[in-house]
Design a protein around this ligand. Sequence first.
Ligand code: ATP
Ligand code: MG
Length: 389
Amino acid sequence: MENLILIKYGELTTKKANRNTFTKLLANNIKEVLKGEEFNIKFDRVRMYIECENVNSVSSKLKNVFGIHGIVICHKVNTNIEDIKLKVLELLKNEKFNTFKICTKRADKSFEILSMEVNNIIGGYILKNLDTKVDVHNPDILVTIEIRREGTYIYTNVIKGLGGYPVGIQGKGMLMLSGGIDSPVAGYLSLKRGVDLECLYFESPPHTSIEAKNKVIALAKIINKYSGGIKVNIVPFTKLQEAIYKNVPDSYIITIMRRMMYRIAERLAKKNKCKAIINGESIGQVASQTLTSMISINSVTNYPVIRPVACMDKLEIIDIAKKIGTYDTSILPYEDCCTIFLPTHPVINPDINKCIKYESSFDYETLIDEILDNIEVITDLSEEHSDLL
Ligand code: ATP
Ligand code: MG
């Protein structure tokens, strides 16, 4: 395979003690994303190379992998100075720049021309053929020439990767995934810090539609492009939600409903070895997301609850949603269980004691047990089923 892509790790390399674990996991995640491609992957403690057939398709898939900070497409030529000259000229002819610098690395010490000399020969050749100048301190374009035994690799541009940590390095979190704009963004940001995901969706048929459920699955599929292997747990919430409506005063319905959601999320997270609950709550966005509401709601669990978008404005969240490709699906108009029968005056400063009192009027524990026994798990988030919407 003639094409070679060099992967730059960035932040990974600062964690010296964990470097091996990081690079191994990154290599595995890359293999997962590149399934179906012809490729070979090689890595050591400082760098990773991918030899492949279809360099465009492979590099575009690599742009979705967390833990990659830079993607460099290398051009391979035979190790002789004439071939190197021609290739560098061909590459630079297609670029717009005023100044350049050649940087040669001679990994193959048997090559007879020293690095500095290669710089001079190639630099001189470019100056003769193109209207440009050398700037060794701050060049517009840096040409790297790596002379290796198997051939010489030449590269110029570094394509920006997603950054972050390899997904899974922090274990898994349970993402409360609704059909809205915020929770898919929360999921994406958690993946970026290396937290793998499992999703949890509360559905209340017949009050919520099959389209609402399919919309959540469609969102999970989009997030799955950044990870692979995500599951969606569909939680049958109808009976518990109806019991809440029957037994709880209007203004506390949302607070109690969210306390129940947290209880179920914690139980499912523990069962499925997730180390945190993740959701799309944003401070002050709605009555149930004031800090006082969060105290009442959060008090049912002492599991960590990660809220990646807590301090973002809606417009900032929307920007990310557009960038990651979830926005257009999120704004499809299907009802979520949180938006059906919305009370006119939800309490903004709920009192925990009142929550406990209202909850004692019905046997929610039995309902939760029943719910946990009847979860539908969706594991196939591959593209063949993307005709759901
Ligand atoms: P989003 O845009 O993500 O739906 P939102 O602004 O609609 O957020 P809420 O509906 O109040 O906010 O919900 C807050 C968070 O609670 C959501 O971001 C999501 O993490 C979780 N959540 C809400 N409804 C559900 C649901 N039906 N299933 C799973 N999680 C939910
Ligand atoms: Mg919502």
